[in-house]
Design a protein around this ligand. Structure first.
Ligand code: FO1
Length: 313
């Protein structure tokens, strides 16, 4: 197949890793990354968009690879000064990172859409592949926990994912709409790749945008989910802990079952071949390969292996 227009759904650090691999294999016109925005929140009077920024900084090659989020070579003078004043410093904003939040907040306040602001920031950072928010409306993930309902970043950062989760709610999702840019990407795509992101708080909000799941299914194109669970563990983040707290088995089969009515293909790590036949019995085509992305080459190799599924049918 000469044309390979790919739409990738991404949230968090794992998603950005595969997005980078895909960006190295696909031309700018062949890849659109749709990022979760239900982690976004207003903090210190600034609009913070972690999953958009993690993909944007990663594709720009300026991300803090060790930390997963934020910028490389950061300084923390503003946080230190804020602490001195008794301000909130639990959510770590580096001095250079704050420039992104200042400009985004200013442009949004002037009435620009999150889609438009994201395009402007990507252009400024030399990111040529298209990065789109899942929608332009504000959606907020709330985590139901044994300590009550927590806004996502309070659960994830302030409480370090310690509370026991029992459910999730995406406030404002009813008002969300598929943007023209997202619809265009779906209409044009040859395949969808669901990056190895948290199914519950990174991918679920994107699929919960009214009409999104239906539009992706109606495309009739391959929908390839890369498992975020390897050998019964999440590479990073609370996906495994959430599976356990939702009384689901902590393994790749449970993730495949979660996507059984949506995915056409499932990418399973070589460590988890014991689940291959059970996942195929769900009706999913299974690709087994190394899905642990430790190096840039791992990211590119996984992207190539995933794309090898496109045009096979
Ligand atoms: N994650 C943390 O664990 N601690 C932080 O202080 C933190 C700050 C931060 C600042 C900007 C940004 O874009 C992301 C940041 N993250 C931090 C990560 C963020 O909470 C997560 O990446 C997503 O919300 C979930 O994937």
């Amino acid at each position: 197949m000469d044309r390979r227009r790919i739409v990738a759904l991404s949230g968090g650090v794992g998603g950005a890793k595969l997005a980078l691999g895909l960006s190295r294999v696909l031309a700018a016109s062949e890849l659109t990354v749709i990022a979760n925005t239900a982690d976004d929140f207003e903090h210190l009077g600034l609009y913070i968009a972690p999953d958009l920024d993690t993909v944007m900084y990663t594709l720009a090659g300026i991300n803090n690879a060790a930390q997963g989020w934020g910028l490389a070579d950061e300084s923390w003078q503003c946080m230190a000064a804020l602490e001195r004043l008794g301000g909130d410093s639990w959510f770590r904003l580096g001095d250079r990172d704050i420039a992104t939040h200042l400009l985004r907040s200013q442009l949004l306040a002037q009435g620009d859409s999150l889609t438009g602001v994201t395009a402007r920031l990507c252009r400024a950072l030399g990111v040529e592949h298209r990065l789109l928010p899942m929608c332009d409306a504000k959606v907020d993930t709330w985590v139901m926990t044994d300590q009550g309902e927590l806004p996502f970043q309070h659960y994830f950062v302030r409480e370090q994912c310690r509370p026991v989760a029992s459910g999730f709610r995406f406030a404002g999702i009813e008002q969300a709409r598929i943007s023209t840019a997202v619809q265009q990407a779906i209409d044009d795509m040859d395949a969808l790749v669901v990056c190895p992101s948290n199914p519950f708080v990174s991918v679920a909000p994107i699929l919960a945008v009214p009409g999104m799941r239906q539009a992706l299914l109606a495309s009739g194109k391959p929908r390839i989910v890369v498992s975020p669970i390897i050998g019964g563990q999440a590479v990073k983040g609370p996906a495994a802990k959430m599976l356990a707290e939702l009384s689901l088995p902590v393994n790749a089969l449970a993730v495949a079952s979660h996507y059984r009515d949506f995915a056409s293909h499932f990418v399973l790590d070589s460590a988890d071949t014991c689940y291959q036949s059970a996942i195929e019995a769900l009706g999913l085509q299974v690709l087994v390969c190394n899905t642990l992305m430790q190096t840039l080459d791992d990211r590119i190799t996984l992207a190539s292996r995933v794309l090898s599924q496109v045009g096979q049918d």
